[in-house]
Design a protein around this ligand. Sequence first.
Ligand SMILES: C[S@@+](CC[C@H](N)C(=O)[O-])C[C@H]1O[C@@H](n2cnc3c(N)ncnc32)[C@H](O)[C@@H]1O
Length: 364
Amino acid sequence: MRHRFHALCPYFAMFPETFAETWLDRLTRPGDVVLDPFCGRGTLPFQALLMGRRGIGCDVNPVAYCVTRAKTNAPALGLVERRLDFLEREYRARRYERSRRELPTFFRWTYRPETLRQVLHLRERLRWYDSNVDSMIAALALGALHGETNKSPCYLSNQMPHTISTKPAYSVRFWKERGYRPPRRDVFDLLRDRARYRYETPPPRTRGFALLADMRKLPRLARQIPGPVRCVITSPPYLNVTNFEEDQWLRLWFLGGPPHPTYRRVSKDDRHERSDGYWRLIADMWRSIGRVLADRAHVVIRLGAVREPPERLLEKLVGAALASSRRTRLAHHEVTELRRRQTRSFQPGAGGCKVEIDCHFVIG
Ligand SMILES: C[S@@+](CC[C@H](N)C(=O)[O-])C[C@H]1O[C@@H](n2cnc3c(N)ncnc32)[C@H](O)[C@@H]1O
């Protein structure tokens, strides 16, 4: 059975676990340290733990950090249940009435008043940055915060996609036109239920490492890494495709952010529209990983773009590798033309990602 932690919380533009599994199997051995400097929902470090490797995930987005930390440092189910019971016992609806009323109209259309007060309680109380138990509860809440309520009882919100949070004005218009109302949900019951479901596949015994940081800081964070990195498997933001911060705005609010979409507050690299800025980001990635990679290490990169022809993507990626100050050799590459992607269905007019390349480099 597929491990149930993989789908703890969806993340836009994520790679499938089979991608991580195939390359880990091909290029690494048990005990090796593997790194994803743009880890998103943490598929690579988590899959690495499942395969007996030591997995490290780094990402600048708090949603990515929280989900990766939960997967790679999962506490026992009993601890999660006990903490949820405690949070429920200490919850006082009256305490959150004022903050509920002060939120923008969007929130009243998204959640029932009682659900929203409970969400506000968790938002205030969970120490997701420091505690393994709280990061697991926060990750479960992030996965339930919004989704296709009309089809599934697992979501807290009015009808929304589960992958991205739609914008406030658009969402309210959509619900008003269709007469959609938020569902009745008890947050504590729903999270207890979701936790039991996810833990039907037991968590890995070893722990991984989640870093909330710009990947440029990796060399300075090397002390938190358990040894030279034998393999990097990663997928940086694609060229001019999507903005993770905007896509995740409601989840970012839950983790303490403002109650509206933000741009370039979390990351200035999510969506480079111009190719010169984009290739500077990729060169910065090479510079950073070049300083933490072991000799004879491997680097696998999946990249995509809307308009660039694949030969140009390849040429630029190989050129950017010079910034690593290491001897790099392109061992293999593969191009995939994409017909229909998530990126297209949720961003009318955005065009979506048309081409992806996977490249395997060997470090000399
Ligand atoms: C294509 S996604 C990675 C998805 C991931 N492979 C998965 O399966 O979920 C790119 C990620 O890069 C992150 N990111 C953007 N700028 C960054 C930076 N400067 N340093 C680290 N992460 C960054 C985004 O937050 C996003 O999660």
